[in-house]
Ligand binder design. Structure first.
Ligand code: ZN
Length: 167
């Protein structure tokens, strides 16, 4: 009976685990100062469309919060590798906080959803944790592919890193 119950619940559990962008614990090990240059570097295998979404995800933060996210490894920039991989459809993206790498599901074919996913994972790289949808709408809602960074998200970033100085 136990095994049968387990069999019934396992697909559900797997779905939950792969849908949520996994931050393994509440402590994000590798984080980057949001006001310093951070290079989000797409791997060699990335398509032009994927690179464009990465640029769009970065611009969402740069325009809102004065961050200095860039697609090129300029001198002094922190490096966050960005890999696109085929994964189950329910999986959107993840920030591996122990290697400091972003992984985005290549099956995510909608450009806007891909850009929002990347903005979400960049949020983790800058130390932001998930915000429950019941609390407020946020780019950091789990499994979010719609909500771009909000003024409240910006406020959380400012609380952590201070106001980013204008160039
Ligand atoms: Zn997440």
């Amino acid at each position: 009976v136990f095994v049968r119950a387990l069999q019934r619940v396992l697909p559900f559990l797997t779905a939950v685990l792969t849908t949520a962008c996994v931050t393994p614990d509440e402590t994000i090990d590798i984080v980057h100062d949001a006001c310093q240059p951070i290079a989000i570097l797409a791997g060699d295998g990335a398509t032009d469309e994927e690179r464009a979404s990465a640029a769009e995800g970065m611009e969402m933060w740069n325009a809102l919060a004065g961050t200095r996210l860039t697609g090129v490894a300029e001198a002094g920039a922190a490096i966050v590798p960005l890999e696109f991989r085929l994964a189950a459809a329910a999986f959107f993206g993840t920030y591996d906080d122990e290697t400091g790498q972003i992984i985005v599901n290549r099956r995510l074919s909608d450009a806007r959803e891909r850009a929002v996913t990347i903005a979400h994972e960049i949020g983790h790289a800058m130390g932001l944790i998930h915000v429950d949808e019941d609390v407020r709408l946020s780019v950091m809602n789990p499994a979010n592919v719609q909500i771009t960074p909000t003024r409240e998200d910006r406020a959380v970033l400012v609380a952590a890193w201070g106001e980013c100085p204008a160039d």
